[in-house]
Design a protein around this ligand. Sequence first.
Ligand code: NAD
Ligand code: ZN
Length: 371
Amino acid sequence: MPLTETVTVPLGARSYSIVVGDRILADLGSAVAGVAKVGFAGLVSDEIVWARYGTVVQKSLEASGFSVRPIILAPGEGSKTLGTVASVLDELLDARPDRQSVVVALGGGVVGDIAGFAAAICLRGITFVQVPTTIVAQVDASVGGKTGVDHPCGKNLIGAFHQPSLVYADTGVLTTLPDRDIRAGMAEVAKHAVIRDPRLFCDLEQRAERFLSGLAEPSEWIELIAANCRIKALVVSADERESGLREILNYGHTTGHAIELLGSYDRFRHGEAVAYGMKVAGAIAVARASWSVQDNLRQGALLDRVITTRFPSDYRSNEVWEAMRSDKKARSGKPRFVLPTGIGNAEVVSDVTHAEFDAAWSATIASANET
Ligand SMILES: NC(=O)c1ccc[n+]([C@@H]2O[C@H](COP(=O)([O-])OP(=O)(O)OC[C@H]3O[C@@H](n4cnc5c(N)ncnc54)[C@H](O)[C@@H]3O)[C@@H](O)[C@H]2O)c1
Ligand SMILES: [Zn+2]
């Protein structure tokens, strides 16, 4: 029997399970049959993930009676366009689906966001199953129902809320993730720990290298991914449409998104940019005396172990500030920041001034130069 842990996302009639387990891909078909009508299944993936895991997933779905149409996309953020969604819809509609038909997303956050959006708008919403294959997707992107694509004006500007009916996370596939993607994913894990879970934070302080260097046992991975899914599930179920509590999940993302934009979504992984954003938010909070120097040092030390790329000291504070002001989450041109108040707690503020940000940016560069 493979090891598994199940986390429930309690959303009333739209509640669903997140199944986390080691080497469970071959059993996906029967799990999907538990949430969808056995019939047509559109199986969306990218070329890299498909080459490794496509066959086992397709066979498993077929063994449970599904008639599978693979829809394979080019890997990378560049695929997150309305054009790609249109081509996915062409393939889906060609198979004459009904509203009980299912779209299965096999891949990282890019595949999940595209496939989820196609499922949301195909026949005004068909059943959707997430099979996330990166850490970012397993602990974050696959849970919570945010789907969508990018627009030349910005990232994730087009989309819909569409909850999956099942999230099926096989931790065994993480063994083939490139080192940089493992590290970027662990930054989002650290984010969850800082905003919500002091025990997870201590755990990461003790064991980060086990996860980063491939020494962790399957049971440790399952425990880690499930712990993060529980955090996300609790926050999402308290505030599905992000009108309050859910905003804390954006910790590190205000500055992180600006750093990604200035790097043309190419220079940094999303998780790397989020780690830098956490450092800047930590520096702002220290300057406001709303969290301690000691906690900020602990956060910095953990992030330095996780992220090995260098802080973008070459970006000017002014250009980062301008990019943050034009982000979709800014209100009336004022960036909204999530600031830590202690390890395990955070608050949302919208009164961070340009001068405060400048000082925090400089302080973060200075501490990056020391390491
Ligand atoms: N919807 C949400 O709530 C949400 C949350 C966080 C991030 N996101 C989105 O997720 C995207 C980032 O996701 P990501 O980091 O998973 O990137 P990704 O989907 O681009 O995957 C990263 C790379 O890893 C490869 N890959 C995936 N799984 C693999 C495996 N098991 N073995 C080997 N290679 C594998 C992919 O082919 C890709 O080249 C961004 O577009 C971001 O906006 C969405
Ligand atoms: Zn993120």
